[in-house]
Design a protein around this ligand. Sequence first.
Ligand code: ZN
Ligand code: ZN
Length: 446
Amino acid sequence: MRPTRAGPVGYAEWTSRRVALPARPGAKLPPWDNGAMSNPATLQRYAHVILHVGVGLQSGQRLVVRAPIEAADLVREVVRAAYEHGSPYVHVLWSDDAVTLTRFESAPEGSFSEVPYGAAEAMEGMAARGDAVVSILGSDPELLAGVDAGRVAESRAANQKAMAPFYRYIMSDGVAWTIAAVPTHAWAKRVFPDAAEGDALARLWDAVTTAVRLDRDDPVAAWSEHVDGLERLASRLNDHRFDALHFTAPGTDLTVGLADGHLWKGGGSVAPSGTPFVANLPTEEVFTAPYAARVNGTVAASKPLAYNGRLIEGLRITFEEGVAVHAEADRGQEALDGLLATDDGARRLGEVALVSVDSPIHQSGVLFLETLFDENAAVHIALGRAYRFNVEGGPSMSDGEAAAAGLNDSLTHVDFMIGSEAMDVDGIKSDGTVTPIMRAGRFVLD
Ligand code: ZN
Ligand code: ZN
């Protein structure tokens, strides 16, 4: 799962519960018009899915929207729909790729640990009072490819440190949050480099609307059914109580021990208020927490990773006793080294996630160059921090208890894709019994 880029805390107690999405919230939707792209009807449907599937916005609940200025059309629709649904206040925090780039190109050396005054504290405060948080993505995946990697790493680390209190809300379902993406010209050009600009944007909108189910007659009902399916799968995996997973594919022979009391999650989450939300739009994964010190073997990424505005391609990592002892990439080595140098936990795993190659994102054949989409095309693992809700009682554990259960801690959490039609996954129980979970990229688990 992809954590929001925000840099919030009152731990919600984990309860294992089924998530029922609202059957048909409020406003009537315009009919789906195929190929309509970013017309008002599509934006209205997207806003509806973000609010009623994504964060499960309640009447009387305040909303925070973080978005790039290129997403203004969608953001305005989200704001309108939120007020119409009874939100008393919607706060929009804008970002701008051009401003970000200018800073990395032109700000003085030694200034990259500066963070905005009070912004992280505000995010923590808004989460603590129960506001819903929507993050909309749409940046150029290679925005920062030409700037100094050290500056980017310094800035990212400073932001993560400042935002750590907010992140604790995110990592423990302590706030209703969701991430969605809006196609932008810069992003579309990276995904479809050979297409004319307008064409590239149209194709990306097409791919995004299919992936986010905006093209269904009733997107909210389609999401409800989909979330149910993922939760049933997670519950079957939980019943097996595997001790470890074994992944095999070309370049990959990796054994990942699972955290003590690990819980598989997939589909929806529940905020402390009891309202269901879906943290990533789209989501196709079931995922759990590794036991950070019990990861051994070699793994090869199956897709490029867009990280900090750079692409890391041909990534290969060898793990010994949980630690990435060797990591190399055909392209983007500097960005990879920066990621691994974040802190000790950045060299260990915090998530293991299973996704079938039948996922609509994989089937689209589109490489989105955005983890929110690409991680939902393939089996993936994440370097860095584990989600507390992936172990029984995790959200109320002390840091020491979480570490003892095997949960990794870090300022970062970065998913990368290892799955393909050539991947097999086995579940290993503590008595050594091996159970096939996936064969050739598809689920075979009973
Ligand atoms: Zn994931
Ligand atoms: Zn993740």
